[in-house]
Design a protein around this ligand. Structure first.
Ligand code: UFG
Length: 334
């Protein structure tokens, strides 16, 4: 959102706050240097979603503009892999339902530019890295299937009406935080993902990191992932949106990754450097469902969007640690 504002866009936020705290908003306003319009709406609520678009259309008409919004960046969705295995219907209902409601409202109001948060999870476990965008998609869990399905839904919508311009962004492993230390990742409960877990160990909230397996066919036996700084990821969204204004094809699909794999133990070492002391860890059994190696071929995004990820793993860890050490318990509740 801050990247879009810096690029000159006027942005409104829609969030259900199911996985976010309200106290993030004043901090976003502080960083943006202005007030932000925030709609607390669950997109699966079709009437409330329509209300956002109708309200924007009325404001636009009063100001002599044609559209309430020029484009939508769709990040909404549940994203915990393990939870999706336990609660598949909740994941299909929420992730698909919010997309249907959003796309219908957009179509009703003549808004046909959409950037969607997809995931490298759509490559499943069938192919060797690096992953290129033209590989067939196949997920390994309900969360991943929602991403595969939503990509297909959006391709079908654009095929039915080729005036749509849709960008499907396949994120690899986003980590890091805003360099100000004011906003960052604040998972509810026990973190599922490596970096938030490491950060909570480093800040003293958890005793040690469990490293899931050191017997993979990789140089140090731990899994390789393509970690990407959230600021690079944000820049990828701006680049995709800018591209879509003049795009000749209705749908573009781009990997957002660095093209490099980093092992779990290398991440522990990098995070320890950022903290200035070793972060304790212990090797345990593999986590079911993990693949050994995942990293992007990011060359299409470079060629078509002019986008490359520029921040290093050390930048990612330094920014995560600045956020976590200044906010040991995450965002305040109030
Ligand atoms: N890991 C640990 N200990 C932990 C957590 C993770 O050793 O406590 C390891 C995992 O085994 C894996 C690596 O750290 O090897 C990264 O794990 P993450 O959970 O941080 O990320 P994943 O690659 O498993 O999953 C991420 C997103 C998913 C997305 C997927 C796409 O969390 O939403 O990338 O590839 F689907």
């Amino acid at each position: 959102m801050l990247a879009l504002i810096e690029a000159g866009y006027d942005v409104e936020i829609v969030d259900s706050f199911v996985n976010a705290k309200h106290s993030v908003i004043p901090r976003l306003c502080e960083l943006a240097g202005r007030d932000l319009r925030v709609h607390e709406v669950d997109l699966t609520d079709r009437a409330a979603t329509e209300g956002i678009f109708a309200d924007a259309a009325a404001r636009a008409a009063a100001a002599g503009r044609r559209l309430g919004f020029d484009a939508v960046v769709h990040f909404a969705g549940l994203k915990a892999v393990g939870e999706s295995v336990a609660k598949p219907l909740a994941y299909y209902d929420n992730n698909l339902g919010s997309t249907f409601s959003l796309v219908e409202a957009m179509a009703r109001h003549g808004i046909r530019h959409l950037v969607f948060s997809s995931s490298a999870t759509v490559y499943g476990d069938s192919y060797p890295a690096p992953f290129t965008e033209d590989l067939p998609t196949r997920a390994t869990n309900p969360y991943g299937w929602t991403k595969v399905m939503i990509e297909q839904v959006l391709r079908d919508v654009a095929a039915a009406d080729p005036t749509w311009r849709v960008g499907l962004l396949r994120y690899f492993n986003p980590i890091g935080a805003h360099p100000s230390g004011r906003i960052g990742e604040d998972p509810q409960g026990i973190p599922n993902n490596l970096i938030p877990y490491l950060a909570q160990v480093a800040v003293g909230r958890r005793a040690e990191l469990s490293v899931y397996g050191d017997d993979y066919p990789t140089p140090d036996g731990t899994c390789l992932r393509d970690y990407i700084h959230v600021l690079d990821l944000a820049a990828g969204h701006v680049a995709a949106l800018d591209y879509l204004w003049d795009a000749t094809e209705p749908v573009g699909t781009w990997n957002l990754g660095t093209g490099h794999g980093t092992s779990v133990l290398d991440m522990v070492a990098a995070f320890s450097r950022a903290v200035g002391s070793p972060v304790p860890y212990r090797i345990v059994d593999r986590r079911p469902g993990d693949i050994a190696v995942s990293y992007a071929d990011p060359s299409r995004a470079r060629a078509e969007l002019g986008w490359v990820a520029s921040r290093s793993v050390d930048d990612m860890c330094a920014d995560t640690w600045r956020w976590q050490s200044a906010n040991p318990q995450g965002f305040p509740d109030a």
